[in-house]
Design a protein around this ligand. Structure first.
Ligand code: EPU
Length: 417
């Protein structure tokens, strides 16, 4: 197993380019099974979750070839309609194949994902939507078995705005007969990216990016080429890396407008952010101000940036309150941040972070993807050496992060244990 060793205290400088978005690429890969044919997907990040998605698609009968950040997917022979426990337990997003398989083949059998480190993460809203479209759903032996002769458009009102649920039903309804309305839909940019791809394939989707999405079902979709949007969470993580080290970096291949909630909070904390000439320049202040955040569905503050922002607040002047409203167990990084000398108290879904003068490097353990990122950030700012183990979590969602940070002047290496 690999680990990361960081010698902190280096101010980051230079330029870094953001990779393609993990959370956009995953549903985009799944959407290829809605049509039989040859797709070419570009700007694909090199990640463990992408490998898992490739395995899922291959298990369904797709043929896949990768060349750098371009992946060719041939879905002509997707004839298997079952996604096994082994694959779904490795990555929850695999469950998104259920509706598309059902829409194309009239039946599907997909393992029910179990719990997750950051929360229970049920899929009741996905299943409610599929039922509304006319699917018969049975839960047996840990699997969801779905059948439908012909899916029919319906009005679906989500109890909570769910990213995966919105993507799942948008894909499925694209091949249903008639019009589907998704109300209280999630509005994340990754949903817009998926809708753009589906529309290029021949779907008729309007309103993606708002909480009301209208989908007029079509009979058939076709294979296309598509470029995945940049990863806004990777970009946000670099922005905090600059801020926490008092550095000055330029970030390319990012869409700053996807990070408005983060940008406002970072500016309030004293960080300078300039969007000019195709780059986003981020300059850390001498002293950070403490700022409260509450995670919310997009366009609110992203839960996927909560752990990283908390690392930043550990070094701010004064106390800040970080409230996590999306997932019930997304504070696992707190006990690891304490090992750096941070001062944090959790009370239910809020954590009070009292800024300290300095963090000191320590051996810590990564517990989930974004928690791992927050430990790297703390390590970059801390005095002395930090050793982060269990970084397989990190490899799920950040492409070559240690190489990108090292190119910015960080002293960070990956070693085999
Ligand atoms: N929820 C339900 N029922 C459902 C679906 C969701 O109660 O049927 C609840 C969840 O338990 C959660 C809330 O709704 O409390 C939001 O969950 P959502 O469905 O939006 O999350 P997701 O689609 O499972 C995606 C990202 C996550 C990101 C969340 C929130 C992908 C592959 N994953 O998950 O990304 O945190 O949206 O923005 O897109 C990550 O990249 O580190 C990550 C965890």
């Amino acid at each position: 197993m690999d680990k990361l060793i960081i010698n902190g205290g280096k101010k980051l400088k230079g330029e870094v380019s953001v990779s393609g978005s993990k959370n956009a690429a995953l549903p985009i890969f799944v959407a290829t099974i809605l049509a039989g044919g040859k797709f070419e997907i570009s700007n694909v990040p090199f990640l463990r979750d992408i490998n898992t998605t490739i395995k899922v698609l291959e298990s369904l009968g797709a043929t896949i070839e990768g060349n750098g950040n371009i992946v060719k997917i041939d879905t002509t022979n997707v004839n298997n309609v079952e996604a096994t426990y082994d694959l779904v337990k490795t990555m929850r997003a695999s469950v998104l194949v259920l509706g598309p398989l059902l829409a194309r083949h009239g039946r599907a059998r997909v393992s029910l994902p179990g719990g997750c480190a950051i929360g229970a993460r049920p899929i009741d809203q996905h299943l409610k939507g599929l039922k509304a479209l006319g699917a018969e759903i049975r839960l047996e032996h840990g699997y969801v078995e779905a059948t439908a002769k012909q899916l029919k458009g319906a009005r679906i009102n989500f109890d909570v705005p769910t990213v995966g649920g919105t993507e799942h039903l948008m894909m499925t309804a694209a091949l249903a007969k008639g019009v589907t309305l998704l109300e209280n839909a999630a509005r994340e940019p990754e949903i817009v990216d998926l809708a753009n791809m589906l529309n290029l394939m021949g779907a008729k989707i309007e309103g993606a990016g708002t909480d009301n999405i209208r989908i007029e079902g079509v009979e058939k979709l076709s294979a296309i080429d598509y470029r995945v949007m940049p990863d806004r969470i990777e970009a946000g993580t670099f922005m905090i890396a600059a801020a926490i080290t008092g550095g000055d970096i330029k970030i390319s291949n990012m869409q700053l407008e996807h990070l408005d909630a983060l940008v406002f909070k970072m500016q309030d904390a004293g960080v300078e952010i300039i969007n000019k000439d195709g780059f986003v320049r981020v300059k850390g202040p001498k002293k950070l101000k403490s700022i409260n955040i509450k995670t919310r569905p997009y366009p609110g503050f992203p839960t996927d940036m909560q752990a990283q922002f908390m690392a930043l607040m550990c070094l701010a002047d004064g106390a800040s309150v970080v409230a996590e409203n999306i997932f019930e167990n997304r504070f696992m990084h707190v006990s690891e941040l304490l090992r750096f000398g941070a001062d944090i108290m959790i009370d239910g879904r809020s954590a009070t972070v009292k800024g300290v003068k300095k963090l000191s490097g320590a051996p810590v353990m990564a517990t989930d993807l974004r928690a791992s990122a927050s430990l790297i950030l703390a390590g970059l700012a801390a005095e002395g050496t930090t050793e982060i183990t269990r970084i397989y979590h990190l490899d799920r969602g950040y492409e070559s992060i240690e190489k990108k940070l090292a190119a910015l002047g960080a002293d960070i290496v990956r070693v085999k244990e």
